[in-house]
Design a protein around this ligand. Structure first.
Ligand code: SAM
Ligand code: SF4
Length: 448
């Protein structure tokens, strides 16, 4: 979601006459796009701002803007920071070019956030966001041929630990025709893979006349667009509504990748209830079984929070058990981080000590690594189709590669990372690779 916002802002600012620089020395403006989901992310932003404060001592005209969730959460408190000139929430990003111009011309601090974020967004606001979203190119230039497209904004779920509804506001689904038009335009610009985004993307629902459009309808329509080869969607909330339809379209359409990110968060029913997640561990595992029955070979990824208030060793073991039964391709595992204003933070004490959280995260990561390793090994000797992203981060260390065949990184339809040597001209293209070595998170191959 944040990558998409960064791409939209970059593209809007380019159109307003700004150009992007990698060098802080050259920059007239520094914008930091922020996330509030865990405290650690906010701390990193504060440490960047500390650094920028020093830089501004020698470069007082430098404009520093903080955009995104942390801007919405902290608002005027953040504007008080010596380094900061602009604070702009996620709903206000269409105003970013104007805010910058005002900051340049008037040399004043500017605040643009939503006062009552939990209130339904007005039609006016929705239209402004919609215009902004569809007006700008959103390709992720870091990864050629791929783009993110937002299906919905915000979230209505209020999981007790989560800050998202308080910084992104209530759920709003974009009109299906706007989404499809955008994908058509991206396809005409050479985009081959589109990832539809939403905090609960499987909840996507849009009433138009007699018909209710759901995510399966979007995937179906997007699959018919010439040039689009792979469709992915993240993130899903475990729910029965539309689940069958989504799995059916995944099974039927060669374009919809067999990959499902379906966070469980915990394997303890007591903790799930305290998290305000509306399912039990057994029901969740049944849902996975259903997905696997309709789409054999589907790769499933999960999220977990360890050390939620009140999590006992038994609760944690229930989580470890669920993770093992689920046989995820990979899991994103986090230590509980109390977020100000959330129900968990207001009502529950952060009871699990830091060292216990650390031990639990390590145990869960080790269990996942074992499963990921087994699943990866099944690829040995197999040929896989991949979409090439570009140079691998470690390409400079790869002595096997010759200058015209550096180490490239790519992904399979099921989101496995594949590393192999090949010409840079493959970036943004599909390729066939034979897997010759595996590790838990990476497959190593040879170009066929
Ligand atoms: N909407 C998605 C969902 O329902 O699963 C994910 C949203 S959140 C941005 C991404 C992940 O961050 C969550 O799945 C959760 O595991 C983790 N997360 C959210 N709030 C957290 C908190 N307060 N402490 C630790 N992890 C958290
Ligand atoms: Fe946060 Fe829950 Fe909404 Fe996901 S579903 S964004 S975890 S409140």
């Amino acid at each position: 979601m944040n990558k998409l916002d960064t791409a939209l802002v970059t593209s809007a600012l380019k159109e307003a006459g700004f150009s992007l620089t990698e060098s802080l020395k050259e920059a007239d403006v520094v914008l930091i796009n922020t996330c509030s989901v865990r405290q650690h992310a906010e701390q990193r932003v504060l440490s960047h701002l500390g650094h920028l404060k020093h830089i501004k001592e020698n470069k007082p005209d430098l404009i520093v803007g903080v955009i995104g969730c942390m801007a919405q959460r902290l608002g005027d408190k953040l504007l008080e920071h010596k380094a900061v000139n602009i604070v702009c929430g996620p709903t206000q990003i269409p105003q970013i070019a104007d805010l910058l111009k005002q900051a340049f011309e008037k040399n004043e601090k500017r605040l643009a956030v939503t006062e009552k974020i939990l209130k339904k967004t007005s039609e006016n606001q929705n239209q402004t966001l919609e215009r902004f979203e569809s007006a700008y190119g959103i390709e992720d230039k870091q990864i050629p041929s791929q783009a993110y497209v937002r299906a919905m904004r915000g979230c209505n779920n209020f999981c007790t630990y989560c800050i998202v509804p308080y910084v992104r506001g209530p759920e709003v689904c974009r009109p299906p025709e706007a989404i499809i038009e955008q994908i058509k335009r991206l396809a005409s610009e050479g985009i081959k893979q589109v990832t539809l985004l939403g905090q609960t993307v499987n909840y996507y629902k849009y009433n138009k006349g007699e018909k209710t459009y759901c995510l399966a309808d979007l995937l179906d329509a997007a699959g018919n667009i010439e040039g689009i080869e792979w469709l992915k969607f993240v993130t899903n909330y475990p729910s029965e509504e539309f689940f069958d339809e989504i799995m059916q379209v995944m099974a039927a359409s060669p374009k919809v990748c067999n990959y499902l990110h379906l966070p469980a968060q915990s394997g303890s029913d007591k903790i799930l209830l305290a998290m305000n997640r509306h399912y039990s561990a057994a029901w969740y595992l049944e849902l996975l079984a259903k997905a696997r029955a309709v789409v054999p070979g589907i790769a499933i990824a999960g999220d977990f929070i360890v050390g939620f208030p009140g999590e006992t060793e038994d609760d944690f073991q229930a989580t470890a058990e669920l993770l093992k039964k689920a046989r995820y391709r990979n899991s994103f595992i986090f230590k509980y981080s109390p977020r100000p204003g959330t129900t968990a933070d207001k009502r529950l004490e952060d009871t699990v000590p830091a060292d216990v959280k650390q031990k639990r995260i390590a145990e869960l990561l080790a269990a996942q690594e074992k499963i990921s390793d087994q699943l990866s090994r099944a690829f040995l000797g197999k040929d896989v189709k991949v979409l090439v992203e570009g140079l691998s981060k470690k390409s400079h260390r790869n002595i096997a590669g010759s200058p015209d065949k550096p180490q490239l990184v790519a992904r399979t339809a099921t989101d496995y990372i594949v590393v192999f040597n090949g010409p840079m001209s493959l970036a943004g293209q599909f390729a066939k690779v034979k897997i010759i070595k595996t590790s838990p998170l990476t497959l190593f191959g040879e170009l066929i």
